[in-house]
Design a protein. Structure first.
Length: 442
């Protein structure tokens, strides 16, 4: 009997000794110094989401998420120019709600969040403290080095030279974003800028803005990177995703005109010369008719071609009840045509080459955000959660179809952290993406 107990004890001892040992992860900075992290960029860096800059959106900015992880590896405080309003600094915030269209059909979709946005002049009141997040919604590359971009007087005399978001935390009317970022004494920085250099052109169908010239972009970025690295700071540069791959451009299909009655088809075909003008309709899905002064048929309109993009701002009730896209041509500022898409892609490729060259020349980490977005376009799984670029339900983008959701910011933050760890041999831990909220359903 006694020998049996001894045998049991030996078996138990062997079992315990064979249990796998789990090494504890110890965050580390590697060759980097995270003690003063500063971020530079535009609305993506600021935490803009759902068409507005508001309190909780800022708290979920990728920069703030990264700062929280860097703090585990020696990073210090990270101060943002906080908007103390959940309704937004300026009007425009969206939420999911029920609306009724012109046909009397109600459904769930993005609607105005209403509320009481801060609005002007309160929106430009100085925050009264120094910050570390220099993400400025609306900023293009050259705006970061432009004196007076934070001058409140410029908002009245020439709104193109000043920005209300930067006015809130600029140290003086004549300073630049980069000068204030340098004054924060960064030991580590992130730079994600350039999206707006093509985005304004894209979101207005090529009508409301121009693409930044390559020389201007290259000069601005060289100045920014030279300044940020002048005191020995390390960091990462992220490139520009293909803006035409985001839900703002991919949600409404080019052939989204659905005809269900043969009488409709016949009437439209007759009105357009029974095919002589190159415009034809069938039962089911059809390409929209759009305005095009250069159309080969000479009538200043044609049907969309596959691959051309319809903007999310296209008023759907005009399609349903006012004959847009069928009886009337959709105005060009709601469309990104093939030549405009090509111009955006050429510029994006050139800008990204500039960013890559600068990162290499300064020994900085380089993050290929463009490749990340390409993966998201085909769908990806992160922390067991499925993501895609599908509007509302895809999980990555907020309701404006351009800016990231809190969960999307967590995913991209981890992507940036991977680049930091690889370049500097650091051990900055990931965040748990599931801890961050997605789009709130009513």
């Amino acid at each position: 009997m006694k020998s049996r107990y001894i045998a049991y004890f030996l078996l138990l001892l062997v079992a315990v000794s064979c249990e796998p040992k789990i090494d504890e992860f110890t965050p580390s900075a590697g060759s980097a110094d995270f003690s003063r992290y500063v971020s530079l960029g535009n609305s993506l860096t600021a935490g803009y989401a759902d068409g507005a800059l508001y309190t909780s959106g800022q708290s979920f900015s990728y920069a703030n998420i990264i700062a929280g992880q860097l703090a585990l590896a020696g990073g210090g405080n990270f101060v943002q120019p906080v908007v103390t309003n959940e309704d937004g600094l300026l009007p425009g915030k969206l939420k999911l709600g029920i609306s009724t269209n012109c046909l009397g059909v109600s459904g769930l979709g993005p609607v105005s969040a209403g509320g009481s946005p801060t609005g002007l002049p309160g929106a430009v009141a100085p925050v009264g403290y120094s910050v570390h997040n220099f993400g400025v919604p609306g900023a293009k590359s050259y705006h970061l080095v432009a004196p007076g971009y934070g001058n409140p007087a410029g908002l009245l005399t020439n709104p193109m030279t000043a920005n209300p978001y930067f006015v809130r935390f600029a140290s003086s009317p004549t300073t630049t974003v980069v000068a204030d970022a340098m004054a924060a004494g960064p030991t580590f920085f992130s730079l994600w800028i350039g999206n707006n250099d093509v985005l304004g052109y894209s979101t207005t169908g090529g009508a409301g803005d121009v693409i930044t010239g390559q020389d201007l972009f290259s000069g601005a970025l060289t100045g920014i990177v030279n300044a940020m690295t002048s005191t020995g700071a390390k960091g990462f540069i992220a490139n520009i995703p293909d803006v035409t791959s985001v839900p703002f451009f991919t949600t409404i299909p080019y052939n989204g005109l659905v005809l269900t009655q043969q009488a409709q088809v016949d009437a439209l075909n007759q009105a357009y010369g029974s095919g002589l003008l190159g415009i034809n309709f069938v039962l089911g899905q059809n390409p929209f008719v759009i305005s095009d002064p250069t159309s080969p048929n000479g009538i200043g309109m044609r049907q969309l071609e596959q691959g051309e993009l319809v903007l999310l701002t296209l008023p759907q009730d005009s399609i349903r009840c006012a004959g847009w896209g069928s009886q009337k041509a959709i105005p060009g500022y709601y469309i990104l045509d093939a030549s405009e898409i090509n111009a955006v892609k050429i510029a994006t490729q050139a800008f990204n080459q500039t960013l890559s060259n600068l990162a290499d020349s300064k020994g900085l980490a380089y993050v290929d955000a463009n490749s990340f977005m390409a993966k998201a376009k085909t769908g990806l799984v992160y922390d067991g959660i499925k993501f895609s670029v599908t509007y509302v339900t895809g999980g990555i983008f907020s309701l404006d179809g351009i800016h990231l959701s809190p969960r999307g910011n967590a995913v991209i933050a981890n992507y940036f952290i991977d680049a930091i760890n690889e370049k500097y041999g650091s051990g900055v831990p990931h965040v748990n993406v599931g801890d961050y909220p997605g789009i709130v359903f009513p």
